[in-house]
Design a protein. Structure first.
Length: 194
């Protein structure tokens, strides 16, 4: 009798563990690059004297401005989409390939602009910038599929909670705003030197 009860308990435990494992697999793989991007841009700002030269000035000014503009476009597009999802109370599971592709395209542009700025820095910042670019590229185009945020996962039809979307959106938007502020500071420093 005891072995029968024990075997039923083990069976129930195995069922629970397999259910937990299955639900864990449905969680989308999110690679939030906003922290790494912010760290890199802070270093770009604080280490200005280590890489700036008068010869690089005009090129750097143009490339930083383009990065700032395209990052702002990406940030605002994310905010608009996120706000729209909440305003229209859209449930998870419905794919929106057009908006997902639009975000990917905008981030690809940011990635290219980042590479342009990275090329004009010193060795330390270039190495970190290259790692950051690889991280973004792998999140956008790598296998298996990963996402840059819960918003991207939601747009791809993944089961994302409104809480995950709200927390993710607020934190990521705040970091992108700080990124833009750091780029503005770098622009000011370049203009001051020129």
């Amino acid at each position: 009798m005891a072995s029968h009860v024990f075997s039923r308990l083990m069976f129930c435990l195995l069922l629970l563990l397999s259910a937990a494992g299955a639900s864990g697999q449905s969680t989308p793989a999110v690679t939030d690059v906003s922290n790494h991007l912010l760290d890199w841009l802070k270093k770009l700002n604080t280490n200005f004297d280590k890489y700036y030269t008068p010869e690089k000035g005009p090129d750097l000014k143009t490339r930083v401005a383009l990065l700032k503009d395209d990052l702002t476009i990406y940030m605002k597009a994310r905010k608009k989409l996120s706000d729209s999802l909440f305003r229209n109370n859209i449930a998870p599971g419905k794919k929106d390939p057009a908006n997902l592709e639009s975000l990917k395209t905008k981030m690809s542009t940011v990635m290219g602009r980042l590479r342009d700025v990275t090329d004009l820095t010193n060795k330390e910042l270039r190495v970190e910038g290259d790692k950051l670019n690889d991280e973004i590229y792998n999140a956008l185009y790598g296998e298996p599929a990963r996402y840059l945020s819960y918003l991207d996962a939601f747009l791809d039809g993944a089961d994302v909670t409104k809480k995950d979307l709200a927390v993710d959106g607020s934190a990521v938007y705040g970091r992108f705003e700080e990124c833009v502020n750091n780029l503005s500071a770098v622009q000011s420093r370049i203009e001051h030197r020129m």
